[in-house]
Design a protein around this ligand. Sequence first.
Ligand code: TTP
Length: 188
Amino acid sequence: MNRLILASGSPRRKELLQKLQVPFDIFPSDADENLPEGIAPDKAVLLLAERKAKTVAESFPEDIVIGSDTVVALGDEILGKPLDSDDAKSTLKKLSGRTHSVFTGVSIIKDGEPQSFFEKTDVTFWALTDEEINRYIETGEPFDKAGSYGIQGYGSLFVKEIKGDYYSVVGLPVSRLYRELKSAGLSF
Ligand SMILES: Cc1cn([C@H]2C[C@H](O)[C@@H](COP(=O)(O)OP(=O)(O)OP(=O)(O)O)O2)c(=O)[nH]c1=O
């Protein structure tokens, strides 16, 4: 049986992959996360998921490597992790009272071949006051998260509606991944 490797330093992805109830190892990827100018969000998450998986798969060619990437998109504008508090504030102001899409790409590399997919989840925010945004930024929660919020944390208070896979917003569409791994020949 091939070993399963999660090419991610995200504690959320680790926790979500544990739901598959199979052993896996973690080797975070140091892949370059810069994107080509004007790339669409679905293409962006597929590109980065594949890059992350490939950099780790080079060291472990015998194993099955999973890479993943999440971005928030407002129309065609990609909102990644905030650079600082001001950036988080401007992102949250943009998301306030509107619907955005969260894209998560996943790439599974087995025998050198990537098998990739993405999930799109639409999230609608309530209108947020400046005070709510400031208080939220003070929790520190936005800083390691795409779109400057965590739906699983205090950010849950901002969410009016969600259409699609909740777990994909948190960073890993685990039920789809389970099915893709089964079709790649893994036994559960
Ligand atoms: C929108 C949203 C994102 N996120 C997280 C998921 C991802 O971990 C992160 C987006 O950054 P990513 O670059 O996708 O991932 P990462 O840097 O955390 O981990 P790695 O590259 O090593 O795999 O934002 C939440 O936890 N909750 C949310 O509601």
